[in-house]
Write a protein that binds this ligand. Structure first.
Ligand code: UD1
Ligand code: UDP
Length: 382
């Protein structure tokens, strides 16, 4: 029997973290050959993930430049993918999520008439500028894809409303599979300073912020709200691994450097980040991935965005939309810092996004597509 060659295409940190366990699951299936093409839309932040998960790409487009624009990312990916697909001849291409790499990877697969599997399909806000450009990227990939791996039932329902019903699977999110490999109770940080943080005597606030739609005034307001919170509460320690985007670096430093209980640190390796989250008190973020990981770890989240395509944990009560206004962020954070009842109401572990079996279901669904196996069961949260 000839193996089907499945090429995973990814380029940014979150795609890599969420595709890593799938790349490995595919490699473990004897009917499949798992190959990997990275665009390196992110360079350092991608390489860090590849190292943590021990993945060596078969092809590397190496496209990143400082302050890259959406057009240059997309055009460089498209041009580079031509050669990768012609040389590696995949039977199927997998893309993940909603980045420019995701869109260009899917479009390139279509140009070469290679079927596309969309991992993390069906998330929507229905606002084309929020998240920007991710909402549109995800919708465009929906038009191109042949197989849809939805994390949740709600994501499948979103696709159904767009009349997309064939080849749709509810698998759970692969990020929960990744978390299960990284988080350990006895974990010792490689970043020595993280071992010395006062986890028991202080409240650790873990912060990330990078979204393009937050650039400018929203990000200024977010950062100054964070500075106010840190200055107001001596029992709080704010740890912020700052994204390498120059726009983010400048804004974070402007508002948050020089405050004694604020730690602006370089991006953390995925295993360090996941274990730091597991020991934190509260997460404040505009990240997509953190909104999925923190609930699984029982950590309340304040989302620093106007809306979210991940409403499941809001319904479950562990995530709140704080928005991007100074007063709202300050008052919602203050409540969780100073009111134990309000905190306790949010601090419980829920797993609306997965059970750690997403990669198995996706690999089974791919085999089903090729007539090599049965249809996997749907993920259902317990
Ligand atoms: C991208 C994705 C976004 C995702 C985010 C995850 C798009 C349009 N955006 O946004 O959906 O949430 O990744 O983090 O696809 N940089 C480095 N080194 C790195 C990574 C980035 O120096 O390892 C700097 C570069 O100057 C780069 C800039 O950050 O030009 C922005 O990177 P880019 O991928 O364009 O945008 P993100 O905001 O990271
Ligand atoms: N992450 C990480 N190191 C960091 C910050 C985040 O490993 O310093 C991880 C985080 O745990 C999650 C993913 O990166 O798995 C989220 O990526 P990001 O916030 O950059 O993108 P998004 O999810 O918003 O697209």
């Amino acid at each position: 029997m000839e193996k089907k060659r499945i090429m995973s295409v990814f380029g940014t940190r979150p795609e890599a973290i969420k595709m890593a366990p799938l790349v490995k699951e595919l490699a473990a299936r004897e009917e499949l050959e798992s190959i990997c093409c990275v665009t390196a839309q992110h360079r350092e932040m991608l390489d860090s993930v590849l190292e943590v998960f021990g993945i060596r790409p078969d092809w590397d487009l190496d496209i990143m430049t400082p302050r890259q624009t959406l057009s240059t990312i997309t055009s460089k990916c498209l041009t580079g993918m031509d050669e990768a697909i012609e040389r590696l001849k995949p039977d199927m291409i997998l893309v993940h999520g909603d980045t420019s790499t995701t869109f260009a990877g899917a479009l390139s697969a279509f140009y070469h008439q290679v079927p596309v599997g969309h991992v993390e399909a069906g998330l929507r806000t229905y606002d084309k500028y929020s998240p920007y450009p991710e909402e549109m990227n995800r919708k465009l990939v929906t038009s191109i894809a042949d197989l849809y791996f939805c994390p949740t039932e709600l994501n499948r329902e979103n696709l159904r409303r767009e009349a997309v019903t064939d080849g749709v699977f509810v698998t759970g999110n692969t990020v929960i599979d990744a978390l299960k490999t990284t988080v350990r109770e006895d974990y010792v940080f490689a970043t020595e300073a993280l071992n010395r943080l006062p986890y028991d005597s202080k409240k650790l606030l873990l912060v990330t912020c990078h979204r393009r739609e937050n650039y400018g005034q929203p990000m200024e307001d977010i950062m100054s709200a964070l500075a106010h919170i840190a200055r107001s509460y001596g029992d709080v320690e704010l740890v912020y691994p700052v994204h390498l985007s120059p726009a983010v670096q400048e804004c974070a430093k402007k508002h948050l450097s020089g405050i004694a209980n604020v730690h602006l640190i370089p991006p953390l390796a995925a295993d360090e980040m996941h274990n730091l989250m597991a020991r934190s008190y509260l997460v404040l973020t505009d990240s997509g991935g953190l909104q999925e990981e923190a609930p699984a770890l029982g950590k309340p989240v304040l989302v620093l965005r106007r809306e979210t395509e991940r409403p499941e944990a809001i319904s479950a009560g562990t995530v709140k939309l704080a928005g991007v206004k100074y007063d709202d962020i300050v008052s919602m954070a203050e409540e969780l810092i100073s009111d134990p009842a309000a905190y306790a109401a949010m601090a419980h572990a829920v797993n609306p996004y997965g059970d750690g079996q997403a990669c198995r279901r996706i690999a089974d669904a791919i085999l089903w597509h090729f007539g090599m196996g049965g249809r996997p069961e749907d993920f259902r949260p317990r």
